[in-house]
Design a protein around this ligand. Structure first.
Ligand code: SF4
Length: 366
């Protein structure tokens, strides 16, 4: 998939954008640290406990109906953010506000969070957690691992309805499963629902995963590298399906990926992550056309160009990503940055830029 293809496609999709309204999701100074087990040697020497800084002071909003890509290498913290957004992990500090509700309190069963004014007065903690699961769903990377091979497609998609007690009759259940399958591109639905995952292609399995999420009519989907296990030939088809779901159902999507090309294919905005921080954020096409942070420039430079005669200059970064236990001082990208200068080792760069396109680099001015 080349930059040109996704630019053309994205331009053609601008008219599908939903109007900006209010943020559905607000991430405020999110930190997620993982303390490592203290070995006997370190404990005896009274050395401080070592901590993995997986996510370190990350803030961003997503509007209702928007698709935002979190882009970064493995270990940059993007998947950890997705897990915290869904309440599968509890932040070390900071807040995640989903439609006015604090996710951490919600996920721990300390407060209910219904839709709008429909907040039930008394819910058990399990019901409170289920209320979150119903409104925010995750699509995992591996459709082979996500599906129970002993269940039929119908059983897989109907199961969330049963867990949440959302249907009162068999007919209603059939109707909702049929609609979810057809909206996921598995038509006619009846042709698929007696089949088992083993008899489906990778793309069809991932569509079943989506149907299992859609059947609950969520407002937010966290899609964690959903196409990385799929054949290249069907990735565009699958991403178009996600784009159409935003259009037809108004679903907000947080898309995490290491692949800038797929992010450019269908997302509105992009946040580029490096070592637990967002280093650049802004409208996707603007970042691709004019990346401002040296790390983003390096990522954009290696996306295949459509015309081999108009090759862009490749920026190959030296060295490895530093250990998230011992973060570099100042700008955490300085050990690999081709433009680093003395201040970069001591100053943690604030965000700078214009409008909604910002980058954390001392070379970027207003
Ligand atoms: Fe490179 Fe310095 Fe900018 Fe960091 S602050 S990205 S080291 S130039």
């Amino acid at each position: 998939m080349t930059l040109e293809i996704f630019r053309n496609f994205s331009d053609s999709q601008q008219s599908q954008r939903l109007p900006d309204s209010q943020p559905l999701l607000q991430i405020q100074h999110l930190r997620k640290y993982f303390p490592l087990p203290q070995g006997i040697g370190r404990a005896l020497l009274r050395k401080p406990r070592r901590i993995v800084h997986a996510v370190d002071d990350v803030s961003f909003n997503i509007q209702k109906g928007e698709i935002l890509a979190l882009v970064g290498e493995s270990g940059s913290g993007k998947t950890t953010i997705g897990m915290n957004v869904l309440g599968l992990q509890i932040p070390t500090s900071g807040k995640i506000i989903f439609d006015g509700c604090n996710i951490a309190e919600w996920a721990q069963g300390r407060m209910p969070c219904g839709k709008g004014t429909q907040i039930p007065e008394k819910l058990s903690s399990r019901q409170q957690i289920l209320s979150l699961r119903r409104r925010a769903q995750m699509i995992f990377q591996d459709p082979y691992e996500s599906l129970n091979p002993r269940q039929t497609v119908f059983q897989i998609v109907a199961e969330p309805l049963e867990i949440h007690g959302l249907t009162s009759s068999w007919e209603e259940k059939e109707d909702r499963v049929r609609k979810a399958l057809e909206d996921s591109g598995l038509t006619p639905a009846d042709h698929f629902w007696e089949r088992y995952p083993d008899g489906l292609s990778g793309g069809q399995r991932q569509r079943v995963v989506i149907a299992g999420a859609l059947v609950l009519e969520p407002e937010l989907i966290v899609a964690d590298e959903p196409v990385s296990m799929l054949d290249v030939s069907i990735r565009a088809e699958f991403l178009t399906l996600l784009l159409n779901l935003r259009h037809t159902r108004g679903i907000t999507i947080l898309y995490t990926t290491h692949d800038l090309a797929t992010a450019g294919f269908f997302t509105d905005r992009m946040a580029v992550m490096y070592l637990g921080r967002i280093v650049e954020i802004g409208p996707t096409q603007e970042i691709l056309a004019n990346p401002r942070h040296p790390y983003t420039r390096a990522l954009v430079s290696v996306v295949p160009a459509p015309n081999p005669r108009r090759r862009r200059e490749r920026v190959i970064l030296e060295g490895e990503v530093p250990n998230p236990i011992d973060l570099p001082s100042g700008c955490r990208f300085h050990p690999r940055c081709p433009f680093a200068f003395a201040d970069c080792k001591v100053i943690d760069p604030p965000y700078a830029g214009s409008g909604d396109h910002l980058a954390a680099c001392l070379l970027v001015k207003e």
